[in-house]
Structures are given as C-alpha cells and as structure tokens.
Design a protein around this ligand. Sequence first.
Ligand SMILES: Nc1nc2c(ncn2[C@@H]2O[C@H](COP(=O)(O)OP(=O)(O)OP(=O)(O)O)[C@@H](O)[C@H]2O)c(=O)[nH]1
Length: 446
Amino acid sequence: MTSFPTPRDALASAALGGASSEAELALAIEGSGTGVWDRHVDSGEIRYSRAWKRMLGYAEDDTMSRIEDSYARVHPDDLAMVQARIAAHFDGRTEMYEAQYRIRCKDGSYKWIVSRGKVVSRDGAGRPLRMTGISHDISTQMALAEQLRRSAELLTNLTDDMPGMVYQYLQEVDGRASFPHASAGIRAIYGLAPQQVRDSAAAVDALIHPDDLDAYRASLAASAAALSRWQCEYRVVLPGQGVRWRQGDAQPRRLAGGATLWHGFISDITERKGIERQLQQLATVDFLTGLPNRRHFMQRMDEHLARLGRDKGERAAVLMMDLDHFKDINDRYGHAAGDLALKHFAAMLRLELRKVDAAGRIGGEEFAVILPGADAQQARAFGLRLQARLARKPLPDGARRIAVQVSIGVAGLRAGDGVDAALLRADAALYRAKADGRNRIDVAPD
Ligand SMILES: Nc1nc2c(ncn2[C@@H]2O[C@H](COP(=O)(O)OP(=O)(O)OP(=O)(O)O)[C@@H](O)[C@H]2O)c(=O)[nH]1
C-alpha cells in the first residue's frame, strides 16, 4: 500500500529542499497552486509555503508568521465560523478541520479559499501542539456557484410570480411520468405542491376531468411520437373549486435513453372559456325564449341531414309551427303579453322534447323542430300532444287566461334532402294547416 506523506512532512521536505520523494510531492503540491501551512499552537507561529503566499499575492520573502495576523486576514463575517471549527478540532470534536471562507490578499481584495488541516501532535494532556494543512483558491468555483444561484433565483422569482405554472414533464420509456420541475404556480393550477409531483404525475392525472382524460393523454402521446408542440385545453376538478379550465402548451424533446421531456406552461383559462360560452350562447340562442336561434337551428338541421345521408336506415321528421292570430294577442293584450306568450309556447314545447330532438325559433312567432328517428306520423303525434298541452295550459295573465294556439306543418326528411327542401315541404303543409282553419296539423306527402 502506498503511504502518502502528511502535509507536515511535505512542508518540511520542501523547506529542506531535499531530493526525497516527499520533497518531490511537496513540489507537486506547490506546483498545483495548493498552499501548505504549518501552525505551532503554543508559540502562535505559523509558516506558509511559497504557493500559499503566491495565492494571496505575497512575495516569497514577505514575513507572515503570526496566527493573529492570519486571523486578521479572514473576512470579518467568516472569522467566527473559522475559529469555531478550529476550536472544535482542537477539542477533538472533529476528525479534521475544514472551512470555506474569504481571505484578504496583499492588495486588499478578497479571495474564497477552502482550508483543511489536522492536529499532528498533542501534549500528554491532549492539548494541540501543532496543526498542518492545505488551502486552495476556490474563488472561481464560488463565483460560478453564485452565478448559478442567481440564475436559479431569477428563474424562480420570474416563474413563481407568473399567473400559471412553468414546468418540466418527463415521460419515461416505460410510461411512468413525473414533473421534475414545477413552479409555485402549481398550487393555483392544480392545488398541489411541487414535491407532490416530482416523482410521479399521478396526483395531476387524478384531477383531470374524466371526460377529458383520454383526449389529454392522447394529445401527449401524439406530441411525444412526433416531437410536436403539445397544446391542449382540458378541464380539471379541484377540491373546493369544482370544474376549472386549463390550457397547456409545451415543447417536447427526446432524451438519450428514449424518454421524452417537455418544457412548458399551464394557464388558467376558466374565465376565457366562460366568456366564450356566453358569446357562443349570444350567437346561437334566441334571447327571448332561450331556444336555439334560426342560424343555430339550421346548423342542427344540416347535421341531421348529413347523418341521414350517411346512414340510410336513419329517418327523421321536421315540424314547422306558427302561432295563430298572434297579431291579435299583441293588439289585445299588449306587446309584453305577446312576449310572454312566445316564452310560454317555448316552455310548453320544451316539455315535449326528448334529448335528441332539436327545436329553434326561426322567426317572430315561427318555430321549428327536428325529431330524429321519427316518421311523419310520429311527428304528427308530437304536434297533437303539443297542441293538447297548450289547450290545457293557457298563458296566465293576472286573472285572465290567454289562449295560445299553433298551426303545424309536418314533413318527413328524405335522404338527399337539403335543409331548404325539407323546410319548404313542412312550410307548405303549415300553410295548408292555416288555410284549413288554424290550430291544425297538416302532413306533407312523402
Ligand atoms: N310580442 C312580440 N310580437 C312579435 C315578435 N315577433 C313578431 N311579433 C309579432 O307577431 C305578429 C305576426 O303576425 P302575422 O304574421 O300577421 O301572423 P298572425 O297574427 O299570427 O296570424 P296567422 O299566422 O295568420 O295566424 C306580428 O304582429 C309581429 O309584430 C316578438 O318577439 N314579440
């Protein structure tokens, strides 16, 4: 086993300038820029090697031999720590003395150094007599570490104050996923702490709305497969908050072992979604009755006709409805009562609709309904039920009751029909119902 000389031996050899292997090691230590020191505890004397002096900008023949001067060079903020560590080692509480601190150079500037040393002889009572050690200049590492710390702090400050979550998402080859980094915004976005997702993304997956989870996972899988930008709008269900909307945007890259790592941002879009929904409603819903407006109803018709075109076995019927003598209601009871009559009719109509049916207000006192799966006779039965309901329930207006009646034209939808063709046939039937005396139903021939 090779045994290395202690710094004390090396220092002694260096001082002697002998040709022994210890002297060669001392030269090597000197050459590496490591400074060596040797302290006589009783006398308070300390000797420094040439490299040690050079490290602080001193000349070889500068005299510096007192421990008091040595402590005077230590930065005032670090002195207590240095002395405490030396005392701990002197008292035998530590195996070795080690401290990182700032020390003043000859020109007055400070350098960061690390010093390590060991008591190499003690008196009979265990009091230290001599301690030797080495010191390195670590200013460059400390500057780098400081720079890194500042960069990390800047990143943290920037991202933590953002209204959203900055994150890394890692998907291992075996499918395991985690958020190696998540900014403080994760609390607002998912109600979680960064450490809860550092090793596993399960806590986040558990919050994704069940109806959106498949699309969320599929979008991530597609992004990973093509290494394309991940963009996804999805709902989360947060304890105490309920359903909230989130938008994710992240860029993936493949790691050496095949895992995928995304860097991205998740924001809260609940408010935007709410506004979008309101705008959508404004654009598609009739304000007075709450039924779909003409444009939206026509779109629904288009969708049904497209389905009919695809699936030949599917049938559907359409009803065109026009309130009877509505002008009279307005004239006799006032426009406000006319509005109430329209709302009343819409409410009665809704009571007859199944989930799959679609109704709309397509004109002033004109309404239309599509009944998927129904033939013309079933549509006629629907119309009769609606008329009966209206007869049973006239519109209450104070002590009075206002009779609301409707004429109805029915047409079965044909594959290959356009929206206009189907409605025209129903409209023609409606015209006949009106002509036949109103409060009637007419069915267009197939
Ligand atoms: N109160 C109210 N009236 C409306 C609204 N939209 C249309 N109207 C009125 O509805 C009436 C429709 O009158 P007409 O087209 O002559 O039809 P009608 O009186 O129902 O007669 P028939 O359809 O032939 O039975 C008009 O007086 C319109 O001003 C509305 O939103 N509110």
